[in-house]
Write a protein that binds this ligand. Structure first.
Ligand SMILES: Cc1ncc(C[n+]2csc(CCOP(=O)(O)OP(=O)(O)O)c2C)c(N)n1
Ligand SMILES: [Mg+2]
Length: 359
């Protein structure tokens, strides 16, 4: 009997933390781990700072959803376009926006990319092709489609990635953007973070389909649903979609099942959902699941983890000091950088036909 229990324990121990087979190196996995940890620690820190009234407005936490943003952006090149929404701290970090600039954005200081003009969580940086999002949800999917069109017209092998929640797929512009990308086989990857809620509206009241990936069928390109809290699965699906787009094979819609641990923003008590639902998803924490995988594989040790965490904590502290010591913009600056100097030049009107009828 005792022997039987021991065998059982052994086989339980051998159970893999992820079933996904992949070809990422240990170095790459540790880079992803560091980005995930930076996103998690920074996000939790911003929540605390908001509660201490160190910055105004509100804060949109993405704790619990980190894999959905970090993994695709980790795989992108500098010239690839990213269209974030309101919950994409991980995308900003993984695409390489300095932590100081990200924090200055949250604090609405002059040292942020838009000099404090917009929303605390609207991260962007022109040089890295990350566009500061507008508040209108799904608009970044439209802009990403436009960027993909430009890449195609210019014959450049870049791709666009846009992020939106399942609720945002109800907007008309979202459908127009995906339809256009499907018609012209644009190099676009659309990432839907299905976290079951859009503010207080459940996904079941948002669409007649159960899985939002099914919507891609109407636009003539693949739509897949994956576990958005399995880092390896997200890396693999993102890599395949990016390669497909770069090879000229067209767009992909990836629905990533995930969950935001906290309210829609820090001023939302989220009392429309049950604690049981929340607890069940917290057990599926993407960071902890990935840590378990790395530990089981002998890639991560306790000492390595502690070293990484302490380095990140010191980087975050520097970023906060930078933002808190940065000035606010002068009121006159509200009118600067509002219109593009290129407006009206219509650089993309090349007359090139995108797709012949025979295609
Ligand atoms: C066009 C438009 N309508 C409404 C809003 C207000 N709003 C901001 S976020 C949000 C919910 C979005 O839900 P979802 O797309 O599922 O993303 P999540 O917040 O769950 O990440 C709403 C309704 C908005 N910003 N833009
Ligand atoms: Mg949602």
């Amino acid at each position: 009997m005792a022997q039987k229990t021991q065998t059982k324990k052994k086989s339980a121990k051998k159970k893999k933390a992820s079933k996904v087979s992949h070809d990422f190196s240990e170095k790459q996995l540790m880079e992803v781990y560091r980005l995930l940890m930076t996103t998690r620690l920074m996000d939790e820190q911003f929540r605390k700072l908001f509660r201490k009234a160190r910055f105004a407005g509100t804060y949109f936490s993405a704790v619990g959803q980190e894999a959905t943003t970090v993994c695709p952006c980790y795989l992108l090149e500098k010239d690839d376009f990213v269209g974030p929404s309101h919950r994409e701290l991980g995308a900003a970090i993984a695409k390489g926006i300095p932590l100081q600039e990200i924090t200055a954005q949250v604090y609405a200081r002059r040292t942020s990319v838009d000099k404090g003009k917009t929303h605390p969580c609207h991260y962007g940086k022109k040089e890295l092709n990350v566009i500061n999002p507008a508040s209108t949800v799904a608009s970044q999917a439209v802009l990403a489609t436009g960027a993909s069109l430009a890449y195609k017209i210019r014959g450049e092998k870049h791709v666009s990635v846009s992020f939106f929640g399942e609720g945002s797929t109800s907007r008309g512009g979202w459908h127009e953007a995906l339809n256009f990308a499907g018609v012209h086989k644009l190099p676009a990857i659309y990432i839907c973070q299905n976290n079951l809620w859009a503010e207080s509206v459940p996904a079941s009241l948002q669409a007649g389909v159960k899985q939002f990936a099914d919507r891609a069928k109407a636009y003539g390109f693949p739509g897949i649903t994956i576990d958005g809290n399995d880092v390896l699965e997200v890396l693999k699906a993102s890599k395949e979609a990016i390669e497909r787009a770069r090879a000229g094979e067209g767009p992909t819609l990836i629905e990533m099942m995930t969950y935001r641990w906290y309210g829609h923003s820090e001023i939302d008590p989220a009392d429309y959902r049950s604690q049981d639902e929340c607890d069940a998803w917290m057990k599926q924490c993407p960071l902890h699941r990935f840590e378990k995988y790395l530990t089981d594989e002998g890639i991560l040790t306790k000492a390595k983890r502690e070293g990484i965490v302490s380095e990140i904590e010191s980087e975050i502290k520097d970023a906060i000091d930078f933002a808190e010591n940065s000035p606010y913009a002068d009121p006159e600056e509200a009118l600067t950088d509002v219109y593009s100097v290129d407006y009206g030049q219509n650089k993309f009107n090349t007359g090139i036909s995108l797709r012949s009828d025979s295609e």
